[in-house]
Write a protein that binds this ligand. Structure first.
Ligand code: ATP
Ligand code: MG
Length: 563
């Protein structure tokens, strides 16, 4: 099943060649192999979309495999979050949920097989000594004095390592390859280490654990993975994985490396994300400013937008950084189609319409989504006292300011043209506390007489009808496109944006938003896309700003099409 509609890339080319030559009997089997030591982020989404996407495209299968070889950093909380995130992105591994720890017995057997073939030995050097003996990129390493142990002695020592006879770190099992190899990974890498740690799945059964390098390739082999897709930093590990598979003489998946995703204004290393959480720079793994899938889901991102983004960025062999504006563009494109519109006032300024009857309420008709007439219309109440956003009024307007100012006119969305007649100020602070206006009854939107035009339209809510909400208009977590762009001696933390979280407590929303529940997404007209945060409770509505409406990427894309 070779589709002809998708743009091709080098991985698709490899798979299609393999299908043509009937390698693996025409099977395509991939896997997404996270280590459960943190939450998944947008970079992982690229890998998930790629692995599950390719399998679906070629009628193959994709496994979810937890590469859980390092019990000291792993946790079931992470396993559960990873499952939820992959599902949320829209992918299904059916019954193929595997764990490297399921293969610990097999891996132990493989290790014994290599010892018997004199291809592995027990080494008594400490971690520091191993490093010393390893040499450098320009100098060859030195053989370990334990390299020449007999097969019998190695078998005995390895079994006793497993039995827990030696202290933590006292011995390792190493592959016997080549201490002079130009590839450092081939200089007798460690296969097993003693680690008296409880494992989240195997409990206290093991006190020796395989290294990632000894577990990963064999796990792929055991599962019959045909195309083992990973990021570029594993290119140098490939000769080692090949060596293990060849020496063990077991099924040999093909490893294919691609460039990892980097995003501007974002860090995508689990170590750093963990630091952000543990040091309290954010509220948790699902803080809406985090690039984790849990975070951006809470922020209001849709799985469709992320999948579309991953398809558009494509895959390459060279590392690069993607402009976060492109991710946000994909999000706007999706939300624009599906998000219902509402009016909300974030920084309320009271407006009284002096010539509007005191007790009158009009129900005005508003369009739910101009992009989709099928979404219908709704009624919004209009009355004598309104709120508008403070930003839409200036006492001393600059030349190009066409919104409300003393003596000037503006259209209220779906309603009337109003004119500012007077400004009321707080006696103590001097701050504008209210503006007095008049309305022109002949200008009601949609009425036959409404043809009169003014330069600007602003949003509003009716004061008595509006409901209160807290709104959090998030900004990027980092100040600079490259968080590593720091002064000497400082680290990436110095680029954290101190204003990334702002909380506006007394926002006013149109009454149609009453009862909105967490996860609900919408557009606040003129302000951006927002979604209801899980912090919402009875009597307290909380909205996150998902993204603003300004789309710098749309301009870039237009320019690219022209140029
Ligand atoms: P760490 O950041 O701690 O090195 P990791 O990000 O590699 O860890 P894993 O759990 O090993 O985390 O990743 C699972 C899979 O996701 C791997 O195949 C990895 O190559 C891929 N992956 C991780 N980060 C990215 C990224 N930024 N872009 C694309 N793929 C990624
Ligand atoms: Mg990794």
């Amino acid at each position: 099943m070779i589709p002809n509609y998708t743009p091709t890339n080098f991985i698709r080319n490899i798979i299609e060649e393999d299908l043509k030559s009937n390698k693996n009997g025409g099977r395509v089997h991939t896997r997404f192999p996270p280590e459960p030591n943190g939450y998944l982020h947008i970079g992982h989404a690229k890998s998930i979309c790629l692995n599950f996407g390719l399998a679906a495209e070629y009628g193959g299968l994709c496994n979810l495999r937890f590469d859980d070889t390092n019990p000291s950093k792993e946790d079931v909380e992470y396993v559960e979050s990873i499952r939820a995130d992959v599902r949320w992105l829209g992918f299904d591994w059916q019954d193929r949920e595997y764990y490297a720890s399921d293969y610990f017995d097999r891996l132990y057997e493989y290790a014994v097989q290599l010892i018997k073939a004199d291809k592995a030995y027990v080494c008594d050097l400490s971690a520091d000594e191993i490093r010393e003996y390893r040499g450098t990129l320009t100098e060859p390493g030195k053989d370990s004095p334990y390299r020449t142990r007999s097969v019998e002695e190695n078998l005995d020592l390895f079994e006793r390592m497993k039995a827990g006879e030696f202290p933590d770190g006292a011995r390792t099992l190493r592959a016997k390859i080549d201490m002079a190899s130009p590839n450092l990974n081939m200089r007798d890498p460690v296969m097993y280490r003693i680690l008296p740690a409880s494992h989240h799945r195997t409990g206290d059964k093991w006190c020796i654990y395989p290294t990632y390098d000894f577990a990963h390739g064999q796990s792929d082999s055991i599962e019959g993975i045909t195309h083992s897709i990973c990021t570029l930093e594993f290119e140098d590990h490939r000769p080692l994985y090949d060596w293990f598979l060849d020496e063990l003489n077991i099924f040999h998946p093909q490893q294919i490396e691609f460039a990892r995703l980097n995003l501007t204004y974002t860090v995508l290393s689990k170590r750093r994300l963990l630091a952000l959480v543990e040091e309290g720079h954010v509220g948790g793994w699902d803080d809406p400013r985090m690039p984790t899938l849990a975070g951006i889901r809470r922020r209001g991102y849709t799985p469709e937008a992320i999948r579309n983004f991953c398809e558009r960025i494509g895959v390459a062999k060279r590392n690069s950084t993607v402009d976060i504006a492109m991710l946000e563009h994909c999000l706007r494109e999706d939300l624009n189609k599906r998000a219902p519109r509402f009016m909300a006032v974030l920084r309320p300024l009271r407006v009284v319409i002096d010539n509007y009857p005191e007790n009158r309420v009009e129900e005005l008709e508003a369009v739910n989504n101009p992009e989709d007439p099928g979404m219908g219309t709704r009624k919004i109440p209009f009355s004598r006292v309104l709120y508008i956003d403070r930003e839409d009024f200036r006492e001393d307007p600059p030349k190009e300011f066409f919104r409300l100012a003393p003596g000037s006119e503006v259209r209220l969305r779906y309603a009337y043209i109003i004119k500012c007649a007077d400004v009321v100020k707080d006696a103590k602070t001097g701050e504008v506390s209210e503006i007095r206006c008049t309305y022109d009854p002949d200008t009601r939107s949609g009425s036959a007489k409404s043809s009169r035009k003014v330069k600007a339209t602003i949003h509003w809510v009716s004061a008595v009808h509006s409901i209160e909400a807290e709104v959090r208009p998030y900004d990027h977590l980092f100040l600079k496109p490259d968080p590593d762009d720091v002064e000497e001696g400082a680290d990436w933390r110095s680029n954290l944006n101190p204003h990334s979280l702002e909380t506006l407590k007394s926002c006013r929303l149109e009454p149609n938003l009453a009862g909105a529940t967490p996860g609900m997404r919408c557009q606040f007209e003129r302000l951006g896309y927002f979604c209801v945060d899980p912090d919402t409770s009875e009597g307290k509505l909380v909205f996150n700003r998902t993204v603003t409406l300004r789309d710098p990427w749309a301009k870039i894309e237009k320019g690219q099409k022209k140029g």
